[in-house]
Design a protein around this ligand. Structure first.
Ligand code: FES
Length: 111
């Protein structure tokens, strides 16, 4: 089902917005003029990704600096400072991504 998120002006380039739709916490962002929508919960330990940094098409979680690809959702990098951690602790799923689109000055996502 498609839901209206906000107007295009409310999500300028290199910005993000945390929203709640149907009880789901979602992060929408625009980076390098490309739109992304994902669950606002880090797949590693659940930190809010809206506090994280987005660089091009990657997001780096503020909690432990795991880096994920916003296009594929895949985990790309775990910082070497965590090399001594138990391998179970460093396990992470990929990002949960949603379809996002822009039509007539409005932004929509599909859940
Ligand atoms: S909770 Fe996001 S990297 Fe650990």
């Amino acid at each position: 089902m498609e839901y209206k998120v906000c107007s295009s002006e409310e999500l300028p380039n290199n910005s993000m917005k945390a929203i709640s739709i149907q009880g789901s916490n979602i992060l929408v962002c625009r980076s390098n003029n490309r739109l992304f929508a994902l669950a606002n919960s880090c797949p590693h330990r659940g930190a809010s990704l809206s506090k994280s940094e987005i660089k091009d098409s990657k997001i780096i979680c503020y909690m432990h600096d795991f880096e994920y690809d916003l296009i594929t959702g895949k985990l790309l990098h775990i910082p070497s400072k965590w090399n001594d951690q138990n391998p179970n602790w460093t396990k992470s799923d990929n990002l949960l991504l949603f379809q996002i689109s822009e039509k007539n000055g409005q932004i929509y996502i599909k859940l």
